[in-house]
Design a binder for this molecule. Structure first.
Ligand code: ARG
Length: 610
């Protein structure tokens, strides 16, 4: 049977003694156990492993160091006889604190930890009084984090793959920003390359034809009004007409050598593309700084020369390549015809982000299909000495899976094209607007179109984002409006309703909960109250995990669990009109506040009334 002991408790703690930034409870427990470890075993290096208990019956958290330490100490003079002795020694050295109320030993030497109710209650009151600023994951203040995401290609439609990059990238940015990092949101737009030759030539031909038919000899908006069509038409001629192909190639050369007429045509195409991208970003509430591939043009030759001079890149079959161990193919930084490509640009971009932007962490968000490309780029940068394994700036590729249609195949329209993003957003929104109007009519309320429009955007775009983020990013998922707009289950719509319902409870009480939070203690006597409070205090941990794994679904999982914990509390604990109303209203409001923080991290606008 587990031995129970009461942990030493710090004298008295007041709300004011709470630190401004505390990070996670788990982090604070780690600090406590780190101290205990260094006191009881000063000569053994060990980082405490503290994690939530698998079974809530045993405790809230668990420290699992004793067994590993026992192994390390074997054979030493005065070595402990059993892992349990190690665990007891650690417990004996645990500093006085106000978090831990009880500890117990289980199994070979697990230390189960029960948190102090008072500590949780004060932490929640403090959060209501002072806001959530202190709940951000610790360790990122002032760190420069570059996130390369969205990054669509000019003259091609932004498709559902770019949607994933945009949504996942934006959420990562938001979590890092909340954590105090200095985030640079970069849009590495594909705005350079040989495809521009055929586009420019085709545009020039269209204009000639227009003049021949009696039209004016000047640029027309219609030339770039349908960029996909422009791309399709130009590509067809490029593939079919030898003469056009030659001209397109010459146009590329002219563009690369800075010919003003070609440059102007290129700029018109980019500007038209940018307008389309911006329209989508503004609907999704995503901000990005455009720094396309063309930005790095002036640096390409220098970077490749540097790699050659350092012996990092070698000529193979006429191409300049960086060979790296364990990879079947090299990174080609200059093609045999002397041209620079996608990889050359990524090497230049990486160097720029390290040297000019002084990035501490560079994160790339693309589909998993580009994993090898990034492995090669990172390995080449290590070979060149720009990056050092285990120290200095970090780089990460955040790969994601495919979006599938209802048929389980790659998401395409009937005509076989990749689905257009705008149409998806339109449909999600109009479906939500229809439901909202219906509800108003059913309830005998007047339909306020402006309000419906706003709520439909929040719900529709929120549903699309949430359906994407809730999957682990590497899994392929099925895009289904019916599923993502479901009122029940793990959907944004359900969670938005849940939030609105809680906001409604608090509104109905007509009390100033924020004033009350400073004076009314939050009682956690009912097990459901305690369970909810404990989960609320785990928000920083969910965000820490999301950053550590670059996995936004850590936040959606947390949020969904929270709504379930709230429901279970609300079933068992009467709020309005109960004796505990004042305290329970504070729990309701704390839940709403934490839900809103999660929505904010996910880029979803909360609704207060649905
Ligand atoms: N434009 C590329 C694509 O659509 C993604 C670029 C990702 N970023 C990078 N630095 N390579 O596939």
């Amino acid at each position: 049977k587990a031995a129970l002991s009461t942990a030493p408790s710090a004298a008295t703690t007041t709300m004011a003694s709470e630190k401004a930034s505390c990070g996670s409870v788990r982090g604070e427990l780690c600090d406590l156990f780190r101290t205990a470890l260094s006191v009881s075993y000063p000569d053994v290096a060990a980082d405490p492993v503290v994690a939530p208990c698998g079974n809530a019956k045993n405790g809230d958290y668990q420290c699992n160091n004793a067994m590993a330490l026992f192994g390390k100490l074997k054979g030493a003079p005065n070595a402990p006889k059993a892992p349990r002795d190690v665990a007891n020694a650690i417990l004996g050295a645990l500093p006085a604190n106000d978090l831990v109320s009880e500890t117990s030993l289980a199994g070979p030497g697990f230390i189960n930890i029960r948190l102090n109710k008072d500590f949780l209650s004060k932490r929640l009151s403090n959060m209501l009084v002072n806001g959530l600023a202190g709940w951000a994951p610790a360790g990122y203040i002032g760190k420069k984090v570059v996130i390369d995401f969205s990054s669509p290609n000019v003259a091609k439609e932004m498709h559902v793959g770019h949607l994933r990059s945009t949504i996942i990238g934006d959420t990562l940015c938001r979590i890092f920003e909340y954590s105090g990092a200095d985030v640079l949101r970069l849009n590495h737009v594909g705005d350079w390359g040989t495809q521009f030759g055929m586009l420019i030539e085709h545009m020039a031909d269209t204009r000639k034809a227009r003049v021949a038919a009696g039209g004016e000899d000047k640029d027309a908006d219609e030339d770039v009004s349908d960029l996909q069509e422009l791309y399709r038409a130009a590509k067809k001629r490029f593939d079919d007409e030898e003469e056009f192909k030659t001209r397109a190639r010459e146009a590329v050369t002219r563009l690369q050598s800075g010919d003003p007429v070609s440059l102007a045509a290129w700029q018109r195409i980019c500007a038209a593309s940018r307008r389309e991208f911006e329209a989508i970003y503004s609907r999704l509430g995503v901000t990005l700084q455009e720094r396309g591939e063309s930005f790095y043009n002036p640096m390409l030759k220098g970077v490749v020369d540097e790699l050659k001079d350092a012996g990092v890149a070698t000529i193979d079959d006429g191409a300049t390549c960086v060979f790296v161990e364990g990879q079947s193919v090299p990174l080609i930084v200059q093609k045999s015809d002397g041209g620079f490509g996608y990889a050359s640009t990524d090497m230049a971009a990486l160097k720029h982000r390290l040297n000019e932007e002084k990035a501490d962490w560079i994160v790339y968000v693309t589909d998993v299909g580009q994993s090898q490309h990034f492995e090669l780029v990172f390995a080449a940068a290590k070979k060149a000495g720009w990056l050092v394994e285990g120290s200095g700036p970090k780089v990460s590729h955040v790969g994601f899976g495919l979006v599938l249609g209802e048929d389980g195949k790659r998401f395409r329209t009937r005509s076989g094209d990749l689905v257009r993003l705008v149409e998806l957003l339109d449909e999600a929104k109009s479906r939500c607007a229809a439901t909202l109007r219906e509800r108003r009519v059913e309830a005998g309320e007047e339909v306020n179109e402006a309000e419906v429009e706003e709520a439909a955007c929040a719900m529709g775009y929120g549903a699309v984002k949430y359906a994407d983020l809730k999957n682990h990013r590497t899994t392929n998922y099925k895009f289904s409006f019916d599923d993502m707009l479901n009122l029940k289950g793990n959907t944004a719509v359900y969670l938005l309703y849940a939030h609105a319902r809680i906001a409604g409870i608090v509104r109905k009480a007509e009390k100033d909960v924020y004033a009350a939070a400073a004076t009314t203690p939050i009682s956690l006597d009912h097990p459901k109250e305690l369970e909810l409070a404990l989960h609320l205090c785990k928000l920083p941990e969910a965000l820490e995990d999301a950053i550590a794994e670059l996995a936004p679904n850590r936040v959606t999982d947390y949020l969904y669990d929270l709504s379930e914990k709230f429901n279970s509390f609300y079933v068992d604990c009467k709020v309005l009109g109960s004796e505990q109303e004042a305290s329970r209203l504070l729990l309701c409001e704390a839940t709403a506040v934490v839900m809103r923080k999660c929505f904010e991290m996910l880029g979803i606008k909360p609704l207060y009334r649905i």
